[in-house]
Design a protein around this ligand. Structure first.
Ligand code: ZN
Length: 393
């Protein structure tokens, strides 16, 4: 295995408080690191770097852990630009447009869908994302959900069965919940690590607490970890259900009661905020400060999907979190990396340390603060330093 010394790192964010400046970001200045294969073999001050075969000089750029985008819906065909334009002209969002993407996605061949998915994953990598979670949910039949997860599992180990995205138009609710928890789950579980449900009683298309519980408990019995879409459109039971069932993450968390914040603070479920959704639907942002001040672990993700957040950019999400949700640049970067890793219960990503994966994102900037300070400027990219694994991420 070739060892490569990366020097000229003006600022290195490790998310390891034991090294560097002692902050939760573990920042080192004038740093270097050694990559061997997929792993970090050494990390420290440039003046103490060991001699190795190959060298890369980053000329003072900042390096951060690769972004962990823990919530996306990348397996789809078509787009909903017309719906977006209508919404910007004043039409409300209630989850009903998902049916349009379901129809477009069912319509295309496996290979078309595979190419669309690969292009989106590459687009994310080009913006610094090295770990991505991908959900199904635009099939809503046994065969099409199985296909979505099979294709997603070619791109990432973090695959999520979201048959309970919406009740298909015309379907009987109880019958559909039974299929999702039975035959569809059985077909999808071999390709999935997680099960997720859109728990939103305020939407006629989504699922109430009893329906969500049935799907999640069936998923758990099939060996899957739990995730929940909760409290996006109105106050509701999603957050408390997620904490009660020990879900790894509850995502959106836009409308929270005091009891929801208390539950999150007392449990080990991560609150994943998706400000690209509020930006793209012109809705009120979640109260990140309230969660952080209560001691809740917060992650940030794109929710990349064609209806409510068609962005693949974690730097945009970081900028929104800072500007619109009053997270500090340090909090936002931590939540987009280490926080996302916790939301996926991963300990091998989101932190840069000896022996960990060498998932590195380099910034064309001297400091991570520029991620929020220079919104819309493409300064972040994942660097392929070693073997074929890094070509795909
Ligand atoms: Zn989502």
């Amino acid at each position: 295995v070739t060892a490569t010394l990366v020097t000229g790192i003006g600022e290195l964010v490790t998310n390891n408080p034991e090294i560097g400046d002692g902050s939760s970001l573990g920042v080192l200045h004038n740093a270097a690191l050694v990559v061997e294969g997929d792993a970090l073999a050494w990390i420290g001050p440039a003046t103490r770097a060991p001699a190795v075969d190959a060298r890369v000089d980053l000329h003072g750029r900042a390096v951060v852990p690769g972004f962990v985008d823990s919530h996306t819906h990348l397996v789809f065909a078509g787009d909903r630009a017309a719906e977006f334009a209508a919404r910007m002209a004043g039409a409300p969002y209630d989850g009903g447009g998902i049916a349009a993407t379901v129809a477009a996605t069912r319509d295309v061949a496996d290979d078309t869908l595979r190419k669309l998915l690969a292009r989106r994953v590459a687009e994310m990598r080009a913006q610094g994302t090295t770990t991505v979670e991908i959900k199904s949910g635009y099939g809503l039949t046994v065969a099409t959900e199985e296909r979505a997860l099979r294709l997603a599992s070619e791109a990432t180990p973090e695959t999520t069965f979201l048959g309970a995205h919406v009740v298909p138009p015309g379907a009987d609710r109880a019958d559909y919940v039974a299929v999702v928890s039975g035959e569809m789950l059985a077909a999808c579980a071999p390709h999935a690590r997680w099960v997720d449900v859109f728990c939103e009683p305020a939407s006629p298309h989504a699922f109430d607490a009893d329906e969500a519980r049935a799907v999640l408990e069936a998923g758990r019995a099939a060996g899957l970890g739990l995730r929940v879409h909760g409290n996006q459109l109105a106050p509701g039971p999603g957050v408390r259900l997620a904490v009660e069932l020990g879900a790894a993450s509850v995502d959106h968390c836009t409308y929270l009661a005091a009891a929801d914040v208390d539950a999150l603070a007392g449990g080990d479920t991560v609150a994943t905020l998706l400000p690209g959704v509020e930006f793209s639907t012109r809705s009120p942002y979640p109260d990140a400060r309230r969660l952080l001040d209560a001691g809740v672990t917060v992650a940030l993700a794109t929710d990349c999907n064609p209806g409510t957040s068609y962005t693949s950019s974690m730097p945009l999400v970081i900028a929104l979190a800072v500007r619109e949700m009053r997270m500090t640049p340090a909090e936002a970067l931590w939540s987009a990396t280490a926080g996302g890793a916790l939301a996926l219960r991963r300990t091998d990503v989101g932190v840069l340390a000896r022996g960990q994966r060498a998932d590195l994102t380099v910034l064309d900037a001297p400091s991570y603060v520029h991620l929020a300070y220079r919104p819309g400027v493409p300064i972040a990219r994942a660097i392929p330093l070693s073997g074929p694994h890094h070509a795909h991420g």
